[in-house]
Design a protein around this ligand. Structure first.
Ligand SMILES: CC(C)(COP(=O)(O)OP(=O)(O)OC[C@H]1O[C@@H](n2cnc3c(N)ncnc32)[C@H](O)[C@@H]1OP(=O)(O)O)[C@@H](O)C(=O)NCCC(=O)NCCS
Length: 492
């Protein structure tokens, strides 16, 4: 399996500092002093216990994103900071896992460098470069150089590197038609342009041929005139026109803080999920962004993309190694994701959720925390289940089995996946189950538990004798399992 092989190469060879937190399980792999690219640790002692469960936990994301289209906006700053090789390695791996990738590179610092070499100052206005003829020359030189570097990076395939066996065909082309920005508030932007049209068909066909599409922020007018575009505008337009599944900016900022007007700090972390409405409200409060480090700079493009059909737009820090992998394949991600709706959904289950529920509860059945339920039983009772779904993956479930004759109901199969326990999902499920029981006019709910008694006690349940159970449930009670019966009285 190419994806597995690539991942294996990746994890066996990445340097200790390079991949410290892809998943907690993998961390153990790197703690020993001998963990280095040239002296891998003894796989037999740690590999199975860490890698296999971790890889399985990533599997739902791999399945979900296969065949999806991601547009990645790579700032010139990331390349200037020496991040190109590791980002290219990650992109090659993501592509190997079936994602179609359009990579749009920026070149702000590289153009400035060329300008400085020519003794020319960079000029900006309204947050955009003013491209005079010297700046246009510099932009063309910088774009040519960067394209060459990016293509070279994707062409690597040395053994004992994460690129071993990677076959990434990179295709660039005249996919963009541009128009001039023109004169704004008396400022003539000269050769600075905006995207006028995207050759969607051309890009789609190229992606279908398994190639990675590389786009430089340049466009041509129908008269053949070249225009310098901004990477952010290009990436946003391309993502919108393609109806891409994700737009990801790799930037010099870590994301948007939960309190965007306060200084960063431990008590002001990055907001990992920003609903579109909240992002719009925030943008309205912020001054017009001028430089990339302004809070609204990337946010404005994420909002625009979301408004034009890209469900998720992300602002990620290129300073964090493996930022793309962490954002795409780990539950909470690391940057800010702007979404056009709340992705985590608490809802009643449908027959399509049976597979997800089985996958969720199976480890707890195996260790004896939950009693075994077979697929037919879950299929039969599917209407009794409430689930928490995030991004197409089931992270929590609980079932409600009513005994109307005793004015009570059993809350069964309460489960939250190991990776999202402790974040309040269990509490949410309990509240929804209580709500459903109330709607049925019941007075109480009860649970049978062998190991989770304290969780329920803390939430208002009280122990009772198993003889308290409704007759129909008592007949099924397994006296050998010695489950505790706990009841919670429902307030109307
Ligand atoms: C029990 C369970 C559903 C709770 O889900 P959750 O999303 O982690 O719960 P919440 O985030 O709402 O609550 C977390 C709190 O519960 C505590 N907790 C988790 N499991 C517990 C347990 N077995 N016993 C006592 N407390 C527990 C956590 O320590 C945390 O405490 P804190 O708030 O003081 O830090 C989840 O741990 C689970 O799926 N466990 C395995 C399956 C199971 O035991 N199901 C119950 C079968 S009857």
């Amino acid at each position: 399996m190419p994806a597995a092989a690539t991942l294996r190469a990746f994890f066996s060879l990445a340097s200790p500092a390079a991949r410290p937190s892809v998943a907690r399980g993998v961390q153990a792999f790197f703690v020993c002093g001998s963990a280095c690219p040239f002296h891998p640790p003894d796989m037999s002692t740690v590999f199975n216990f860490t890698f296999v469960p971790w890889f399985r936990s990533v599997a739902p994301y791999i399945h979900k994103f296969r065949h999806q289209t991601f547009v990645v906006g790579l700032t010139g700053e990331a390349i200037a900071a020496g991040k190109l090789q590791s980002i290219v390695q990650d992109l090659a791996m993501i592509q190997a896992m079936g994602v179609k990738i359009v990579l749009v590179h920026g070149f702000r610092p590289q153009v400035n460098e060329q300008l400085a070499a020519k003794g020319h100052a960079a000029k900006y206005s309204h947050g955009m470069r003013i491209t005079d003829p010297v700046a246009l020359d510099s932009a063309q030189e910088a774009a040519g150089q960067l394209r060459y570097e990016i293509e070279a990076a994707f062409s690597q395939g040395l053994p004992n590197t994460p690129m071993a066996g990677a076959r990434v065909r990179v295709i660039s082309g005249n996919f963009l038609t541009a128009r001039p920005v023109g004169i704004v508030d008396g400022v003539n932007f000269q050769h600075t342009g905006l995207v006028r049209k995207v050759d969607v068909e051309g890009i789609r066909r190229t992606l279908e041929s398994q190639a990675l599409v590389l786009i430089s922020p340049f466009g041509f007018s129908p008269t053949g005139e070249a225009f310098n575009l901004s990477m952010e505008d290009v990436a946003t337009r391309v993502a919108s026109e393609l109806r891409a599944d994700k737009l990801l900016f790799l930037t010099e900022v870590p994301g948007v803080r939960t309190q965007p007007f306060e200084p960063p700090g431990e008590d002001n972390p990055v907001d990992t999920e920003l609903p579109l409405a909240a992002a719009r409200r925030l943008l309205a409060q912020l001054p017009a962004p001028q430089v990339p480090t302004d809070v609204g700079f990337y946010l404005q493009h994420c909002v625009r993309a979301c408004e034009h059909g890209v469900e998720r737009s992300h602002i990620l820090p290129f300073a964090v190694d493996g930022a793309l992998l962490l954002e795409i394949y780990v539950h909470d991600g690391i940057g800010t994701m702007v979404i056009d709706e709340k992705l985590e959904e608490l809802r009643e289950a449908t027959i399509d959720d049976v597979g997800g529920i089985i996958q969720l509860i199976e480890p707890f059945e195996r260790d004896g925390t939950l009693v075994k339920r077979d697929r037919t039983e879950i299929e039969r009772d599917i209407a009794s289940y409430t689930v928490i779904e995030h991004d197409g993956v089931i992270f929590g479930c609980a079932a409600l089995h009513p005994y109307p004759e005793a004015r009570t109901a059993e809350m069964a199969a309460v489960t939250v996946s190991a990776q999202s326990q402790g974040t309040g999902d269990g509490e949410k499920l309990l509240k929804r189950i209580e709500q459903r029981a109330r709607l049925l006019g019941l007075d109480s709910i009860f649970v049978l538990t062998t190991r989770t008694m304290h969780w329920f006690l803390k939430r208002g349940f009280a122990p009772v004798d198993p003889n308290w159970l409704p007759e129909a449930r008592k007949r099924k009670y397994n006296w050998d399992r010695k489950s505790q019966v706990l009841v919670k009285k429902l307030t109307p």
